[in-house]
Design a protein around this ligand. Structure first.
Ligand SMILES: CC(C)=CCC/C(C)=C/CC/C(C)=C/CC/C(C)=C/[C@@H]1[C@@H](COP(=O)(O)OP(=O)(O)O)[C@]1(C)CC/C=C(\C)CC/C=C(\C)CCC=C(C)C
Length: 595
């Protein structure tokens, strides 16, 4: 009947596209749509003349009773729809698998690539040139190799172009990000093809095919066709992502980076000489991503939903905060820790200028960093986007770290634990976390296409500071055990007194039942602060609202786990409660859907 081919879509391609859309919808950005539509247009206009040629020359045919009727240049409407839906399915799968990946870290050039990468890229080029030559000779010869030849001469030049443009980058990407969106849809379409050819929905004429079957009715040419087209789609998307990564990574070369850059800007970026890339910056970004991945599962997951340059700058800000915190925390003595804080203050003085002195040049600051900080920490300081951040919260953050130092003196000279009451607790949270919230917001304000009026910005800054308290209280509630091992107690001494405890009792036995009661009290404060600021997040610009909510909610989920389990975490990592991966993904998905 005339709807056989349409039924193939109804049964196999549309439901799969629908399922993938449902999964990706909350994560889908304007940029993802832009990429997908561009790829669909390229695929459509590149395939149409080729497919039309094949039909007109009788390489394949559609029995009149299998298609509904409308045609464009001889190609049935159902086939045209196939170009669109296949590109859509493969693109959506690629986008989904690439969400967690920050592409900036895979930017590379010939000098940065390993000899193996260079060999693979060259072998790929030789292979594709070979395929074009074989294809051309098969077409020239005619007869049974014609269809295979036509596939090769059509697909391989496109593949060669994208491979040559983005080969090094592609080789560096995680295999799953590239191989899965090629292989999974290919195998699925093989199965669909096997069923369709079996039912006679379309047919390949016997004079122009090799007649080799991969399995069942699946001809070798069909198998190669689906593999080649999915490869082309994925290579196209990789080239797109390389262009975007270069655009977002190098603000000095490309000062203006819109969230949806024009095709001409992307082509210009793609054609920029890779030898000119600032690989020191790329290496710094690689180190920062690695730090984030190792140290914070919540913020690592949340970072995947932030757009463009904002994502890179947030990762760099995280890296600076982490490095500064670790330098202080991992010091063996108080004076060593104080030394690091003073050097960090000096660094800020040089960058921002102090006591009437103008800021120093970037080169001077980098030189200071080289001489005064360990190698592993330098890029975090050198790449901090200080031109977009106010200095006050950064100085305040260091003041917060200073509060941690007072723990080292306890016991001597009658010095007390620094968090004596709730006011101290709030001051501490304000210094180490509200500052971070505010800094995140300044990056958001800078990078968003939507510009907010001053009054809205002020409301948001206050909310970010309040949210900082909430996150820090959760952090303290989670880390009672870990902190006690370091001789630190952040639970206010007044709270302990009400339970007939002193901070030293917590250091001695952080697992005692009374701690659980105090932990729950702290979590109650955390959720109060969270509720005070959560609604304000709705006035954030649309493009960052969902991502920021995910960042906050992923962390607050740790608090929820602690509340549910009343301190007996389902899973612990180094004595800390953690949120299972599936639950973190669910939190992100749910909040993005609602944002
Ligand atoms: C998505 C992304 C990459 C975000 C980066 C966020 C960022 C820059 C975090 C810095 C974290 C950090 C290392 C700070 C040093 C001081 C410190 C330790 C603070 C605690 C963070 C917890 O991190 P972690 O659990 O990894 O630390 P430890 O292992 O315990 O050492 C804090 C709890 C502070 C985190 C506070 C925020 C991220 C601010 C939250 C507020 C917003 C995002 C603004 C929301 C906006 C509105 C309008 C409410």
């Amino acid at each position: 009947m005339a709807y056989d081919y349409a039924l193939v879509h109804l049964k196999y391609t549309i439901p799969l596209a629908g399922l993938l859309t449902f999964i990706l919808r909350p994560l889908l950005t304007k940029l993802d749509l832009y990429k997908t539509v561009t790829l669909i247009l390229i695929a459509f206009f590149a395939t149409l003349p080729w497919d039309s040629y094949l039909i007109r020359h009788g390489v394949w045919t559609y029995p009149p009773d299998a298609v509904a009727g409308p045609r464009l240049f001889g190609v049935p409407a159902e086939e045209l729809f196939f170009f669109v839906i296949q590109t859509y399915i493969t693109s959506v799968l690629y986008i989904l698998l690439n969400k967690p990946v920050l592409h900036a870290q895979f930017i590379t050039n010939r000098d940065d690539s390993s000899p193996t990468s260079r060999r693979i890229r060259a072998l790929g080029q030789v292979f594709l040139v070979g395929c074009i030559a074989v294809g051309a000779s098969l077409v020239k010869k005619g007869g049974e190799g014609t269809y295979l030849g036509l596939i090769l001469v059509w697909a391989c030049p496109f593949a060669l172009l994208t491979w040559s443009l983005s080969g090094y980058f592609l080789i560096k990407l995680p295999l799953v990000c590239v191989a899965t969106p090629i292989i999974a849809p290919t195998v699925y379409l093989w199965i669909v093809d096997e069923l369709a050819l079996g039912r006679g929905t379309w047919a390949i004429e016997s004079g122009t095919k090799l007649g080799w079957r991969v399995w069942g009715n699946l001809e070798v040419e069909e198998a190669i066709f689906f593999f080649a087209t999915n490869t082309l789609i994925v290579f196209g998307l990789v080239a797109f992502d390389r262009g975007l990564a270069v655009l977002y990574t190098f603000p000095e070369q490309f000062p203006h980076a819109p969230l949806t850059p024009s095709p001409s800007l992307l082509i210009k970026v793609l054609l920029t000489d890779p030898a000119k890339y600032d690989m020191a910056r790329v290496n710094g970004i690689r180190e920062s991503v690695e730090t984030l991945r190792r140290k914070s599962r919540s913020f690592y997951l949340a970072s995947s939903v932030f757009p463009g340059r904002l994502r890179i700058d947030l990762v760099l800000l995280y890296s600076f905060c982490r490095v500064a915190d670790d330098l202080v925390d991992e010091s063996r003595t108080e004076s060593e820790a104080l030394g690091w804080i003073n050097r960090l203050i000096k660094y800020l003085n040089l960058v921002y200028g102090s006591q009437g002195q103008l800021p120093f040049s970037k080169r001077y600051v980098d030189d200071f960093v080289e001489k005064n900080f360990p190698k592993a920490t330098r890029s975090a300081l050198e790449l901090l986007p200080t031109d977009l951040l106010p200095s006050r919260p950064l100085y305040e953050l260091l003041e917060g770290f200073k509060m941690d130092l007072s723990f080292a003196n306890i016991g001597s000279k009658g010095i007390q634990f620094p968090i004596k009451d709730e006011a101290d607790l709030e001051t501490y949270a304000h210094r180490v976390a509200s500052t971070v919230g505010e800094l995140c917001l300044w990056l958001v304000f800078h990078h968003c296409d939507t510009k907010l009026p001053k009054d809205k910005k002020s409301i948001l800054v206050v909310a970010a500071q309040t949210m900082g308290h909430a996150l820090q209280y959760v952090n303290i509630a989670r880390d009672v055990l870990v902190d006690a091992k370091m001789g630190r107690v952040y639970l206010p001494t007044t709270w302990l007194k009400a339970e007939n405890l002193i901070p030293q009792d917590i250091v001695r036995d952080p697992r005692q039942p009374k701690v659980e009661k105090l932990r729950q009290k702290l979590l109650e404060r955390a959720f109060k602060e969270y509720e005070r600021s959560r609604d304000t997040m709705n006035i954030l610009p649309r493009e960052v609202r969902g991502p920021l909510i995910v960042a906050v909610e992923s962390y607050m989920e740790i608090g929820r786990v602690l509340r549910e389990n009343t301190g007996v975490p389902s899973k612990t990592r180094k004595g800390r409660a953690t949120v299972p991966r599936s639950r973190r993904i669910w939190v992100a998905w749910k909040n993005l859907s609602a944002a």
